[in-house]
Design a protein around this ligand. Structure first.
Ligand code: UD1
Length: 420
């Protein structure tokens, strides 16, 4: 078993390079199913989740070359077969479900095992299925599997009860070849949706409005192979911004789009963090000033991202005063609170709200990464805590952060991975 060990308290300095967005590359890889020609994805992040979806495609007879993944990932789905996907890989990662829309579009059929619940909530897929049904597919769920089939799909107007990221992406991909127009209303507006649409449009799709609440897809006959570079990971960048704040440091972050980070930057400014010199996708983050408590409510984009909630809680645990965090996106995303309490934090939970009374200093101890972002929050807490923090279950962290301990070490942190 591997652990990450962090020794606090150290100021960070220097620069960090942000990788491409996990939440962009996963749907983009799924979308390669729509095109039977080679596709090159540049600056692909070497993440566990990326390897899982690549293995899934390989098992479906696609050629996936990940030998040089940090530079390029080459995928050719020409020989893909419409067999059922590997159940074990499907269960490993919820985002695997993103292959359903493109498989339905290409083969008119797809059968996958239903994604299980995960530790941040039950995460149903009803909105994905509602979309497929409205596009003319027959949907059947039994024995833990969901099967969709359609002889002919039809353009439709689909209103999502909630702007689900995955459902928006799956419906966009399912409707690419429909002879007619599909409109998604109350669509998710996350930058990663815009990125997926950019990628598909570059291959010849006709998608308008991605990144806004109403997306229009006009069907095309086929797509052509392309070379594409996904956007930077705004959540990784936000995690390093909080690292600067929690260690009272000033660092430079390379690889950001300020617009995508506005909800995070604005909240950190309110908290007392300063930002300057935004140019050429780089920004200086100055976390050396006095911090103020803040209230946060997680919301779909452009609201404050749920994927930054745990990291923000780490910071607020050591900011004098009372902060309140309300989690509205997932029903069970406070697993990290118990771990922060072990480090001495003063946090009370009332339903979907956490009340945090900032303390002087956290103290290092053994903690768990209860999910991906909670794991990042433990690293952040460890950086600012007195003594040594040992984080277990770090496979969660590897799902979404490239070489995280190496990136922190380059900023001067004392952090390393050990096998126990
Ligand atoms: C994506 C992100 C994840 C992020 C989340 C919210 C990827 C690979 N993952 O996950 O990092 O935390 O967006 O920003 O991009 N819901 C339903 N029915 C559905 C679908 C979703 O009720 O059919 C609910 C979910 O249970 C959850 C909420 O909607 O409470 C948001 O889920 P969704 O936006 O779909 O998140 P994901 O696409 O799974």
């Amino acid at each position: 078993m591997e652990k990450i060990v962090v020794k606090g308290v150290k100021q960070l300095k220097g620069e960090v390079d942000i990788s491409s967005a996990k939440n962009s590359i996963l749907p983009i890889i799924a979308a390669t199913i729509l095109c039977p020609e080679p596709i090159i994805i540049e600056n692909a992040p070497r993440l566990e989740d990326v390897e899982v979806i690549c293995r899934l495609l390989s098992e479906l007879n696609c050629d996936v070359d990940i030998s040089d993944i940090s530079n390029k990932l080459i995928i050719d789905t020409k020989n893909m077969v419409e067999m059922d996907a590997n159940e074990e890989l499907m269960r490993k990662m919820r985002a695997s479900f993103l292959i359903m829309g493109p498989m339905l579009a290409r083969f008119g059929y797809c059968k996958l095992s239903l994604p299980g619940g995960c530790n941040i909530g039950s995460r149903p897929i009803d909105l994905h299925l509602k979309g497929f049904k409205l596009l003319g597919a027959e949907v059947k769920t039994d024995h833990g599997f969901v099967e969709v089939k359609a002889k002919k799909m039809v353009g439709s107007r689909i209103y999502l009860d909630f702007p689900s990221v995955g459902a928006t992406e799956n419906i966009i991909m399912a409707s690419i070849f429909i002879d007619g127009v599909t409109i998604i209303e109350n669509a998710a507006e996350e930058p990663e949706i815009w990125d997926l649409a950019q990628f598909l449009n570059k291959m010849g799709a006709k998608i308008e409005g991605a990144g806004f609440g109403k997306i229009t897809i006009t069907g095309v006959r086929s797509l052509k192979g392309t070379v594409y570079t996904p956007i930077y990971d705004r959540i990784e960048a936000g995690t390093f911004m909080i690292a600067a704040a929690i260690t009272n440091s000033k660092i430079k972050i390379n690889g950001i789009n300020e617009e995508h980070l506005r909800p995070i930057i604005e909240k950190l400014k309110e908290c007392g963090v300063n930002f300057s010199d935004y140019k050429n996708n780089s920004i200086i983050v100055d976390g050396t000033g006095t911090k103020n408590p803040v209230d946060i409510k997680t919301l779909p984009y452009p609201g404050f991202p749920t994927d930054m909630q745990a990291q923000m809680m780490s910071l607020l645990s050591v900011v004098k005063g009372v902060s309140v965090i309300t989690e509205t996106v997932f029903e069970n995303r406070f697993m990290h609170v118990a771990e922060l309490l072990r480090m001495g934090a003063n946090i009370k939970i009332d339903g979907r709200t956490a009340i945090i009374e900032g303390i002087e200093k956290l103290t290092g101890c053994e903690v768990k990464a209860t999910d991906l972002r909670a794991g990042a929050a433990m690293i952040l807490s460890g950086l600012s805590a007195e003594g040594q923090t040992e984080i277990s279950d770090i496979y969660h962290i590897d799902r979404g952060y490239v070489n995280i301990e190496e990136k922190f070490r380059r900023l001067g942190a004392e952090i390393y991975r050990v096998t126990v």
